[in-house]
Each structure stands twice: as C-alpha cells, then as structure tokens.
Design a protein around this ligand. Structure first.
Ligand code: XUL
Length: 569
C-alpha cells in the first residue's frame, strides 16, 4: 500500500479531507457538514448571525466535534491511518480562535479513549466563538486604524490589503473592546488555520506565512508585525503591545516546515504512524492556488459561497482594490486576490426567481437560468443599442464597499441611467430573464476591472481555471470566458469543488517528497508540474477569448465603473 498525504479543509459550512497518493491521485474524500451533522449547535450555513450588530461568528466547539465525526467516518470507510506520512490543510481565512491559559496543558495531555470535543471545550478557550469572514461589525475599528496609519493606500502598502471588516486585526481589536475579560484571559490567538494545526500537533502552532497576511497586522515586505498597527489594536502602551505580540506568537516563514509529529492522541486512537508530520496549514484561498501548477498570468476563479479570483505574481504592487498575500509555498511570489461576498447565493436568488416564473418541469435546477443566459446576447443589448448592466448584492459587498441591493441600469457608451432600484419594474428590462446574463456579466466585469493590474499589460489572462460549485455550470463558464477572455480558454479542475483540500494535500506531499538540489529544494511549482498530467486533471469548458466580444466588454468597463460609483454613493 502506497503512502498517503492528507489535506483537510475547515471551511464555513463543512470540514473536508482529501487523501492523495504519491502520484497525485485522490484515494479518499470525506466531509462533515456542520448544519446537518452537528445539529445541536443550531448554526445556519455554519454560522450564527446577529444582524442588529452585523455580527457573524461560529462556535469553535462545533468545529472540534465535526473533526471527531470526520475521523470516525474515515475509520468506518476503512482508511488505514498508518499509511499517512504527512498532513497539511486549509482554513477559512481571517477567523480567530482565543485559547485560554489551560490550552497548552489540555492539548499536550489528550486522553485517547475520549473524543476531542469533550476534553478541549470549553476550558481550552477564553472566548467560545470565532468571528467569521462574513462579519461586518468592525466599522469603527477599521476607521480608527485607517486614520492612524494614513488611509487605505498606506495600510495596503504595509499589509497587502486596506482594512477590511473581516480581517483579523480589526476583529481582535473589537474582541478586546467588547469582551475585555475574555481578551484578558486569552493566552494565545490562532487563525482558523493555525488552530487546526494546533489540534493535530497537540501544541499551539505558529501562524502561517500566507494566512497571516489576512490580518491587517503583518508587514509583508519587512516580515514582521507592524508596530504601529499592533499598538492600536492592543489599545496603546508598550505593555499591551507586548502582550498582544505574545498572544499572536511566531509566524513560520517556511511553508514546507516540519512543525512536529502528529499528537500521540491520534496515534493511539486511530492508528496514525507516530512519524507522520504536520506541515503548516494555510488559508483556503492560498491552498486553492496549490491545486494546480499556476503560472503568472493564469487566473483561478473560485465559484463558491464567496467568489474569489486568485493569481500568482512576482510583483509586490498593492492597491486598496485587491489583496496581496505572501505565497504559501514559494518565496518571492505573492498571491493576488479579489474576494466577493455575493457569489453563489446571489446567483441562486436569480435562478430561483426565474424558476418561480417558468414551468418547473426541469431536470436540473439550473436549466431555466442557463437557457436564459445562452439565448441572450452580450450585455442584453436593446434595440436602441443600450447595454443592460445589473448589480445584485443580497449581502453588502466587499468590492466595491457597497450596501445590499439590486440595481438595473441602461448604458450607452459612458451615459448611464438607473432604471430600477429594488423591485420596481421597467418595460425595457425583462425581469427576471435578463437578470441571468446580467448577474454573470457584472460579477465578471468587476473581476476584469480590478484584476487588470495583476495581469500582463493587455489585461488578458493566458488561462482561467474555474473551481468550486459554480464551475460545473456551463453557462457560468461561458460568460466567464466571454468577459475575461483568456487566450487559451477556461478550464475546470477535476475535483474542483475540493480544490483547497486538494491543494493542501499536494502541499503535504511536496513538503515530504521534494528533491534537494545542492542547498536548494525543489519549488512547489516544479514539483507539481513534474507529476501533473493536465489531460487527466483538467477539462476545457470554454474557448475563452472571442474576437470582438472581449473588446465590447472592455468598452463597457467605463460605464460599469460609473454604475459602481452610483451604488456606492
Ligand atoms: C477571503 C475570504 C473568504 C474566506 C472563505 O478573504 O474572506 O474567501 O476565506 O472561507
């Protein structure tokens, strides 16, 4: 039996695992869904919400219970745990976990006859909840940070991103202000990624080199926490600053580092090999770019609950419009990212409105939506040669920083006219049929507008790789190809809905099996490229660049920018 390498993914709605062998084949996949498998926590889509304060958060104990269930499921599926040689993983980004003084002892002394949850919770935590990336409660903290540091450009220049409500620095600042006792009783703060690594190691793990860039605290080029920002988040004074630095602990710069052997707990309870190593667990987006050998000027579009666009770039060029992170495996590279809250839920809302008007005799719930997309023309152009541009934000959006709402515009060149705002009806716009193409176009136009500076000079990617639930939908892939216009086409990754767990498993494999050439180790990209068979791993789902159409969308970008200005104001 060959060796196995595990990649876990602790995401918003579920925890997953993929086991790959030496040849990159996924032998085992398994998941546990929080709402369904841990119903006693009564979460909806994995979280609790408190709309009056714009809070979104998750109970940490639920994740641990779900991990217990996942390991039992793997055992029942017959996985021989002793074949596992190394483990890595991915965590939803930005979430923070607050460990108590008891945590170190508890983690080091786990009793293998009992599940994890009952021994760890609640005592190992000073605060039982983890703020979630969908949280918007930190407006005042973000404002205070921006004012002190000198505005969005200045913060982006240091930390790779302007301040964002979901980023961990503003979230920690809010926990300190709203829950001072819990903050005071916190011995260590982990990200979701390093929390998970800590569970596996039986000791608190360092922060990951890439995921730490989602905190607004880390100076990416100096590779240290920014003193001024730490001071403000900690509440002022050198004692508070030192205390926060102590809570955060160190950052592991080497993505392949052997952090230690798996805790004895898993060896005794499940039969893991005692020399199975744990390597840094990273964020879900950084792990996604490890699911294939991504080259500069290639783009990954992840079509999940959130939509994210990911690129790999050697250039550290920051902007408040996007995020830059250190690359999870390769020094000298950065991951550029756009992140939208309104991804699949917004598309599903339009789909459901179309289905409620059409006959419901369909094979696939997307049939009517897709028919509406395919039978329409780019920008739903009217007989008066006006383009239809629609914006659909059931949730407040991150980029642009806009309130929730639905807006429909007609645009001729750069002249735009708002024709419906919310539920009004206008005879020029066939609601909801025209919305199908319009939502896909506006989601892609927004990405094209912002990703331009991260791509080659003409702004056209070489390839677009689509992953996540939406990548299975042909109409979604078609409009992505039409608007972004990749010269070699759009490709869906086999196992695309498990991309980040897969990327994490590849990272675990690379950490153990990469070759050493002199003093240098084989890079992740070279390692993956040498084992990767794109005919097996990829499926071409759209031709991409279409002469004339890509240019037409390019012309519409000016009107699109104006549309965004209107909705933001
Ligand atoms: C990225 C972000 C989301 C989460 C989803 O900044 O907030 O993509 O990582 O888990």
């Amino acid at each position: 039996m060959s060796d196995l390498f595990l990649g876990f993914d602790l995401s918003t709605q579920q925890i997953k695992v993929v086991a790959v062998n030496d040849e990159l084949n996924a032998e085992v996949q398994c998941h546990v869904e929080f709402d369904v498998d841990t119903p006693e926590y009564k979460t909806r889509k994995g979280v609790y919400t408190n709309p009056s304060l714009n809070e979104v958060y998750a109970p940490v104990a639920m994740w641990i219970k779900a991990f217990d269930i996942l390991l039992e499921k793997l055992r029942k599926a017959g996985l021989d745990f002793s074949r596992v040689k190394s483990i890595s993983g991915a965590g939803q980004q930005h979430g923070s976990v607050y460990w108590s003084e008891d945590a170190a002892f508890t983690l080091a002394n786990l009793d293998h006859t009992k599940p994890l949850e009952t021994q760890i919770c609640p005592n190992a935590f000073s605060h039982q909840f983890s703020p979630n990336w969908q949280d918007h409660s930190t407006v005042s903290q973000c404002e205070a940070l921006e004012e002190a540091i000198g505005g969005p450009d200045a913060i982006a220049n240091i930390t790779g991103s302007k301040t964002h409500h979901r980023f961990t620095g503003p979230q920690i600042m809010r926990v300190r202000e709203r829950h001072p006792d819990e903050y005071y009783n916190t011995a260590r703060i982990s990200l979701v990624s390093s929390f998970f690594a800590s569970l596996l190691l039986g000791k608190i793990a360092p922060l990951d080199v890439s995921d730490v860039c989602g905190m607004n605290l880390w100076d990416i080029t100096k590779e240290t926490f920014d003193e001024k920002i730490i001071n403000i988040v900690a509440g002022g004074g050198s004692e508070s600053r030192d205390d926060l630095l102590q809570k955060l602990g160190s950052v592991e710069a080497d993505g392949s580092k052997n952090l230690g052997f798996i805790s004895d707990y898993y060896v005794k309870r499940y039969g893991f090999a005692s020399d199975c190593i744990i390597t840094p667990i990273t964020g879900d987006n950084p792990a996604t770019i490890l699911a294939l050998p991504l080259r500069p000027n290639d783009v990954i579009v992840s079509l999940g609950t959130s939509t994210t666009l990911l690129v790999s770039t050697p250039i550290y060029k920051t902007s408040p419009q996007y995020h830059l992170f250190s690359h999870p495996t390769t020094r000298g590279l950065y991951m550029g990212m756009l992140c939208y809250c309104n991804g699949s839920l917004a598309r599903e809302k339009v789909r459901d409105e179309i289905n409620s008007k059409e006959n419901d005799n369909f094979d696939d719930v997307w049939d009517n939506f897709n028919k509406a997309v395919i039978s329409s023309t780019p920008l739903n152009i009217t007989s008066e040669k006006k383009n239809k541009i629609g914006i659909y934000f059931p949730l407040p959006e991150i980029v642009p920083d806009a309130p929730k709402g639905t807006w429909r515009f007609l645009a001729k060149n750069e002249d735009i006219e708002l024709i419906t705002n919310g539920h009004e009806v206008d005879s020029t716009w066939n609601v909801p049929a025209d919305d199908a193409r319009a939502i896909l176009e506006s989601q892609n136009l927004s990405m094209r507008l912002r990703a331009g500076p991260l791509l080659s000079s003409n702004g056209k990617p070489r390839r677009v790789y689509v992953v996540g639930g939406g990548s299975k939908n042909s109409a979604i892939c078609q409009v992505t190809g039409e608007v972004l216009g990749p010269s070699e086409g759009v490709y869906a990754l086999e196992l695309g809905s498990n991309a980040c767990a897969l990327g994490a498993a590849y990272k675990a494999l690379w950490a153990l099996k990469r070759k050493q050439k002199g003093d240098e180790y084989e890079s992740f990209e070279d390692f993956l490229e040498s084992r990767w068979d794109e005919n097996v791993m990829l499926k071409k789902v759209d031709v991409g660049y279409r002469s004339g159409i890509w240019e037409k969308y390019g012309e519409a970008l000016h009107a699109f920018e104006k549309v965004e200005e209107v909705i933001v104001s």
